[in-house]
Every structure is written in C-alpha cells, then in structure tokens.
Design a protein around this ligand. Sequence first.
Ligand SMILES: C[S@@+](CC[C@H](N)C(=O)[O-])C[C@H]1O[C@@H](n2cnc3c(N)ncnc32)[C@H](O)[C@@H]1O
Length: 840
Amino acid sequence: MGGGGGGRGRSRTQRRHFAHSRENTWKNQRSDRPDAELGDGNSYKNGSNGNNPSWQPFETQNLGFDEYYKEQAIVSPEEWDIFIEYLRKPLPSAFRINSSSQFCEDIRSQLENDFMKSLQPEFVGGDEAEAIRPLPWYPENLAWHSNFSRMQLRKNQALERFHEFLKLENEIGNITRQEAVSMVPPLFLDVKANHFVLDMCAAPGSKTFQLLEIIHRSSIPGILPNGLILANDLDVQRCNLLIHQTKRMCTANLVVTNHEAQHFPGCRSNKYGAYGSGQSEASLNQLLFDRVLCDVPCSGDGTLRKAPDIWRKWNSGMGNGIHGLQVQIALRGLSLLKVGGRMVYSTCSMNPIENEAVVAEILRRHEGCVELLDVSSELPQLIRRPGLKKWKVREKGAWLTSYKDAIKSRRAAAIPSMFPSGKSFTDPIDHTLGEDCQNDSSPKPEDDAEQLERVVEPTTDIEEEISTFPLERCMRIVPHDQNGGAFFIAVLCKTAPFPVCVQKHTSKKAKLSSEKDELLEEVPDRCCENVNGLGCNPAGVLNEKALEAALDQADGLEKAMVEPDSSNMCGDGKDSLVHAVVAGNGGTGQVNADGKRKLQIQGKWKGVDPVVFFKDEAVVNSIRTFYGIAQSFPLYGHLVTRNDDTNHVKRIYYISKSVKELLELNFQVGQPLKIASIGLKMFERQSSLQGTSAPCAFRISSEGLPLLLPYITKQILYASSADLKHLLQYKSIKFSDFVDAEFREKAPELLPGCCVVVLKDEDDSKSSLARKAAGQIAIGCWKGKASLSVLVTAIDCQELLERLLACKEVKGDSSFQETKATSENLTDEVMDDIAKHKDT
Ligand SMILES: C[S@@+](CC[C@H](N)C(=O)[O-])C[C@H]1O[C@@H](n2cnc3c(N)ncnc32)[C@H](O)[C@@H]1O
C-alpha cells in the first residue's frame, strides 16, 4: 500500500474512546426491553418496560417540533405521519469498507457471498427484506446497511461470527461504522488523489476517514498520493477522537489542526526557500484548497433516530442560535477554496434556517463568484428532496415571514440572513451578524411548546418571501425515503476570485504594488470579516480604483491589527488576523517592532507539542543503512518529531511531499497553524535492553511498515505461511524451530535488532488470495540471540492469522482451523508480552 491502507498497531484505548464519542441513548435506556432488540424500526414509545419498574419511555413527541416542521412544509401534509413514524424508529446501523485497504475485495466478497446468505435466517423481517444489504447509492458495494441492533449482535449466538468480524475489521481500519447519510457529503466533493482538502469541522472524523480512503484509493505500494487532508476541529477532546479514529488509516497525508473554523488562519508567503537552512525550497506559497468540506455544527435534529433525547430538548431557538456561526464558517471555507474548487456544505439538521438560509446568504455575499451546483445526475440512486425556496423564521413564539416582521415586532435575535430574501429593509436596531457571532448557539430559554400558548402576532400584511437563488439544487434527505437519518447537503463551486470590498478609508495609499496580487484574493475576506464578522457584500466590481481602495484598507487594517478593535471581531479572531498579516509579509515575523505582537507570532501554541523537522543526519543515515532503505525513498525533509530536543526523540513521523510543503509554508509564515497531529509514525526508539545493544536505535513501527516495505533491502526475511503462522501464534520462535530450511538458515544471519518478516509466495499457492497476500503481509520482528519475536499487537496478530486462514481455506488446509481457535483466544498475556518488548 502507499500508506493509508488501513492499519496495524491500533491503540487499544481506541474502543474506549469511541464508547464515549457519541451518545446512543436508545442503547442506554432500552437495553432491558424485549422489543428494543428488534432493530426493525418499531416505535418504542408505547412499548413495554420489561421487568424494570423505574423505566420511563422516551418521549418521542414535541409539539413545537411538529408545529415548526409542518409550517416549514418539510414534507407534504400527506407524508407527515410516515415521516414522524420513521423519526421515532431506532436507526439501523451502517458501515463502510475501507476502499484503500489491501483487503477491501476480500471483505466485500465475504459480505456478498457469505454473510448476506448466512445471516438471512436470523432476520425476522419488518420493513426490510434483507438482514444486510449494500447501500444502493454508494459506489461498488462498499457501504452496507445492517438491520441488526448492537444488542442483537451481542446476544444472539448465531450472529457471533458476524459480530466478531465487524469488531475486528473496524478496529484495524478495514471497515468503519458510520451512519449511512453521513457518508454522502464526501461523495459529492469529487475528491481526487492530488487534491488538497480542508475538512473544517472534522471531529470525530468519520468523513475525514472517508476522504483519506478516497485519496489513497489508487495508491500503488510505497507511493503516496500528492494530495492531503487537513482536518480541523475547534474541540480539543473531539480532535483527539479524530486522531484515534484516523490512526487506523496509517496515513502520511493527514494534518490535524485545532482552530475555530470561521477564523481558520490564512497562510501566504511570497518568499521561497526562506525556511531553515535555506536548503529546502517551498513550492507552496499559499494554502488554498481544491476541496472544502464544511460539515458544520448544527442543532442535529436529523439524528433523532439515533439520539431520541433530542425530542425532549428540541426548540426552534437551536437553529436560530447557530445560523450566524454556520454562515461564518461557510464563508471562511469559500475564501480558502481555490477558484474552480468545490465546497460541500452539510448539516445533520432538517431546519431551513441552518440550511437553505445559510446557502442563500453565502450566494448573496459572493454572487457571481460562487455557484450552487446542480448535482442531480450524481449518485442517482440516492433519494433526496430539493431544497426549499421559502421558509419562515420562528422567534419567541411568533412566525416571521420577512425581516420586516422582525423589525415590527422588535425581535432582535432574528437577522436578515435568516429570511429567504436576505433583505435587511430599514433597520432601526443594529442587527449585524457581528452580534450573533458571540456564537451563542445554546438554545434560548424559550420553549416552543409553551410558546404555542402565547398569542402569535399576525403577519398577514407582510408578503411571503421566496428566494431567488436556485435553492432547489440543495438536497434534503429525510428518514422515510431510505430508512436512514436526515441530512442536508449543498454543493458549491467557486467560479471566480472574490472581488474587493470597497469601504471608507482614511489612511494613506499603500505603495507596494507587488502586494497587489496578494490583496486581490486575501484582503476582501479579511477586511470584511473585520467589519462584521461575515465578509462583504460584493457590491463593487474589481477595478484599479477598487484595488487602490483595498490597498488603502489593508494599510489601515494592518494598523488595526496591531491594536485590534475587539468590538469588530468575533471570538478570538484577533489571533488569526495577526497571523494573516504575518503571512502577508512573507513570514518574516518582523512586521514592525511591536514587542507584544512579536510574542503572538512565535508560533508556539500553548500546550501543543512543537512540530520539528528531524534533521539529525547521523541518525537518518544509520536507519537508512541498517534497513537498506533504497535512496529512491526520500527520508530527508520528510521526517518530523514532536520534540524540540532532538537527542531525546522517541518517535519519528513520516510526512508526504504535500504535507511537507504545507509544513514548510507554515514555518515561513510564523506557524499560524496549531497542529495537533501530523504524519505517520514511522520509527520508534528501541528502548529495551536488547535495543541498546542493537546497531540501530530505531525500529520500524507497524504503521509505517506498509509504506516502507517496497524499499527495504536489509533485515528482511521471507517466511512460509507455516512459519509466519507459528510466529503470530507463539510470538517468539527459536531459529532451530522454523519449518522452512532457508528461513532457519537466514534468520541467525540478520543483525540483532528490528527486522521484517514477509509472507513469501509459495510455489504451491493455488488461491489468488494467497498469491495476493504474498509480499504484502509483513510484520516487524525482533532478532535476538537465538530467536525471533514479533513486534505486533495481539489484535494485529489475530487479524493476520485470519487472513492466512482465509488464504488457506481455499486450499483446504485443515491445520489452520486449529490456529484460528488459538488466535481467537489471544489474551492480555500476549499484549503484556508485546508491551514488555516495547517497554523493558
Ligand atoms: C457535525 S460535527 C462534525 C462531524 C464530522 N464532520 C464527522 O463526520 O465526523 C461538528 C463539529 O464541529 C465542531 N465545531 C463546533 N464549532 C466549531 C467551530 N467554530 N470551528 C470548528 N469546529 C467547530 C464540533 O466540535 C464538532 O466536532
């Protein structure tokens, strides 16, 4: 694999993290109920409570919700009952096969030819005919729908093999459990292997993982794709979940950052080769993206089937409260998008205020530069509804048809962009989104059900508004169309650079014409964000005059940034503005002699380990020599650590060429990116007693091995399937006990320390599976005085034994059955064994 093909060396803590990653309230609340196990979509509202007298059914009704969505005509009146019925049913599960995994075909074939048939007798029916089935709209049968609940999988003996399969393949990254509708947005991004992709609100990372699969899909072994994924999330803990999730991918093409998406820093430099010793020539001088995924935070009412507690919490203030932030994030995404690039805006909410209103607002602000794409010919089997052209705003119990309504009734929380026309009319109160960008997404104390009791002001004298944008090109997925969750997706294309925003200015004209080009693209977004937190209305066309004005404005802006006017900014936008200036000045970090600002541009993010290029030539050369790594595999400039003290580096990470360029640019412009994780763990310091006597201080990590494998010429042995099986089974084997004579002879000749054992192509291999596995199944081992020991976790041993078994089953080798039984019983003892190897 070119890296990224699903992984080895998964953290055992991962499962624990995932257990807490998403609330599954059905699971917690209904485990004692017999009907809870059906997984057939029955409504549980009126179900029995089993033997638990304290059990309370979830209230799957909310009058405010009903009234709101009926009024918004989210579905036709005839469909209302079935819509609600489905919303009350638990969500069937879904999973995706990792299309870049070396075992992708095996897994698909196992599902199609084995599980689809063998599980059918265990399925009791309901709305669905099949126990498991491929999702018809997902390409190549790579995503699957399952009608078994987690509890059924756990409790039903007959399903045990399928359950074990799901658990194991999920843990090692060959499949990912993910809600079906959540798999849709990345498909509409049309990502190619060479794309730079920004995932703005990425945690917990299921879509990031899918994007990584796409860029790695056609990689050939040992070659990395030219693209990268930059996954960002504001929440540090959720970022950690994402890092754990994506570790399973073993990729060198991922960077994880931790920023407010609406203030994601700009990185731009006009200088080349300014970083470090000057040996490296950065070929990237501005960080713009070919694709942006804008899967924004939202009220989440599309996930009601998975999280029924939302029934209780839901009120219309949730959507209103988050609309401003959603607009800001989407606008920032567009400003970071290349001309010609695609951005997908998505939410798991059904609310038009969070969906169509946001899309309409960004089209309004960048009219002529951004197009809402008609993607009706893409994924034709996906059932979706056109976006709404009209909707209303509910505010403090009243229905508002137009912003005029809001002015009339002095409903200050409603802002023009929430309405279909987006018109602000005469506004006695200052309703800027700047106010809203305090990011108060928490629902207002109003309760819609209560509000229903109030007298609602008539709006009859105000005309109904209809959006003039082609919002029917947006897509709304509703639960009853294909027995899933609800989602909203809009696909946008940036068709032209954003014009300059012309505003009043007083400062002197900027004279540096060399900066003009930069300002053409950089200033408008920033200067306007500084004005109202949302970017500008592109009233002015770009001409020489406008450009000069913009240069003037930039001049003034720069001053403003030294003494930021906090009243004009949202959140901690000050930081990103400062970074932007650094970027604009070629990353010298010496924009002026202001000491306070200098501190801000050190690029040292509190509490975040630094990212340091690992340039210790002696160590790099010793690694290259020890493993005989071919010169065609670039190491220099591709290795980084998270430790300033290069003498005490424990782990060395490998980064792709694309990530290297991004990192170099980040250094050039003063490190505005707050990097939480980067690259692929490739080498780890061997700290055992044995390790200290080994000629090379670093061993190859399991994650890095697939990428490095085609380039290793020393410390490598080819084992028969029998010997590899024994190694995986017993963990440590004396040289004299190997079955294969050649292997028995060659193993003692290796240098002490880390080595690689690869499954060899045996002449008698009849199955294509076995032939394919040969040369690809490889493990790290430790060569001691008289034995070889595996440096592989128990779960990896188990998975590899399963693979070997699958190869052998075709040949009818019964001796492998015995191995399988043993592999399933791998215990913590084995884990301890391996841990000892690593830690003693
Ligand atoms: C809908 S979830 C994203 C789900 C994710 N795309 C996935 O597929 O796994 C929204 C995410 O936005 C993050 N978030 C909230 N406010 C944010 C902001 N201002 N900037 C960046 N991320 C934000 C939340 O922490 C949350 O992880």
